[in-house]
Design a protein around this ligand. Structure first.
Ligand code: CTP
Length: 399
């Protein structure tokens, strides 16, 4: 694979030389790009000797004015190690004042970031916010290790070991194509069930988990159809979005698009009840008290369970208690292959949050907890498990 290795100006830059050597040894082609600060710690000659290529440093000392663009286009993955607090801030905000940061903006492939810095700089709210921005953008973080730092302090901030960075680079590269040729049908967001022309019943779903899944699937090469309830989110790039409002509309669009789908994920929080005869005029405040008589909406997931054939069907279970039992009950009753269970009602994960913490309940009987992470990161972990599950199920069926 053709990899760009961006080297930031930190003491850990010397470890990046070891990383370059290991990547070369694995058979990759490595183009080192150093910031001016990095050159203060390690000489470009070190990287040139290890990679067999001229190291790119100064934006204005190169042969062509558009070299950063051609370098971006010719390479498949960008790894930044060490990523200093300054580099991370520049990447998060799109600043581009040298070769490496300009290249970061021009690069469209997967990006692996291995931060290294002083513990206070790492814990600073600005750095954490910038890291979150990059995570949400789909960048893969190789978290720094804890330990004794060059500044004399102890804590998180030490560049991850080169072996760990190589493993992240290779897994990121594999992921790029593992859903190629597949069609993934995803539902997201709440539904709105009208009570009259101006009022409706809905729930707290923001759609973020479903949108993160759509973005992850598209990044891994899938054709993605996203049937979305009303949300305030930007559609992910390259995803076909079909907007719907009610459970009935969602059901119709899901069934219409089921044919070519290989994987179906029902992340939407579909309303369970609706008013089957919606008054044509606004309901007036005449009575002292009113009660609503509601009918069940179609259970889309259950219907998919009956029609699934050899598709993989993934449901969601948002619960306030007995998470695993409830998720397993839904898996069985709706004939799913996996149910993603998440506890809702807490303060900072679930519904409107950017983070999530879930438990995957699988048809094989396994239960896999996914530790708290951004929804985009959780989305990738879910697809990792979906693909593993497919292998396990086809092995079990002797196919
Ligand atoms: N679902 C659906 N159609 C519905 C209701 C739910 O497709 N009318 C799907 C959701 O998209 C989700 C899963 O079913 O994937 C949730 O299961 P469900 O049993 O509906 O969960 P709850 O509504 O929370 O059920 P309960 O109230 O019984 O816990």
């Amino acid at each position: 694979m053709k990899i760009i290795l961006g080297v930031g100006g930190g003491i850990a830059a010397y470890k990046s030389a070891e990383l370059a050597r290991m990547l070369m040894q694995q058979g990759h082609q490595v183009q080192a790009v150093m910031t001016a600060a990095a050159e203060e710690f390690v000489r470009p000659l070190t990287f040139a000797a290890l990679t067999g290529r001229k190291v790119l440093t100064n934006l204005f000392a190169i042969e062509s004015a558009i070299e950063h663009i051609s370098v971006a286009q010719e390479h498949e993955l960008l790894a930044i190690a060490p990523a200093t607090a300054d580099l991370i801030a520049k990447m998060a905000h799109g600043l581009a004042d040298d070769f490496l940061t300009t290249l970061c903006l021009a690069f469209t492939g997967p990006v692996v970031v291995a931060p290294a810095m002083n513990v206070n700089m790492w814990q600073h709210a600005a750095t954490q916010a910038n890291l979150e921005t990059l995570r949400k953008r789909g960048y893969r973080m190789v978290e720094p290790g804890r330990g004794y730092l060059a500044c004399g302090m102890t804590g998180p901030g030490r560049l991850a070991e080169p072996e760990e960075i190589v493993a992240a680079i290779e897994s990121e590269a594999r992921k790029r194509h593992d859903l190629e040729g597949e069609t993934v049908l995803i539902t997201a967001g709440p539904t709105q069930e009208p009570l009259d022309p101006v009022r409706f019943l809905t729930n707290r779903s923001s759609g973020k988990m479903g949108y993160a899944l759509a973005e992850a699937a598209a990044a891994r090469g899938a054709k993605v159809v996203l049937v979305s309830g009303p949300v305030h989110l930007t559609p992910p790039r390259g995803v076909e979005v079909i907007p719907v409002r009610t459970a009935e509309e969602m059901r119709a669009k899901v069934m219409e698009n089921l044919g070519p789908a290989h994987i179906v994920i029902k992340a939407a929080a579909v309303a369970d009840f609706h008013l089957s005869k919606v008054p044509e005029q606004k309901v007036k405040k005449t009575a002292a008290r009113i009660s609503l008589e509601l009918d069940p909406t179609p259970d889309i997931l259950a219907e998919l369970g009956r029609k699934k054939d050899d598709r993989l069907l993934i449901g969601f279970a948002a619960e306030t208690q007995n998470l695993v039992q409830e998720a397993r009950r839904k898996l069985e009753s709706k004939n799913c292959d996996m149910v993603v269970g998440n506890l809702v009602g807490g303060a900072d994960v679930g519904f409107e949050s950017d983070q999530n913490e879930v438990i995957l309940v699988l048809r094989t009987g396994e239960t896999i907890p996914l530790a708290r992470a951004s929804k985009r990161e959780i989305a990738d972990r879910i697809f990792d498990q979906v693909l593993k599950l497919r292998l396990a199920l086809s092995a079990a069926n002797g196919r």
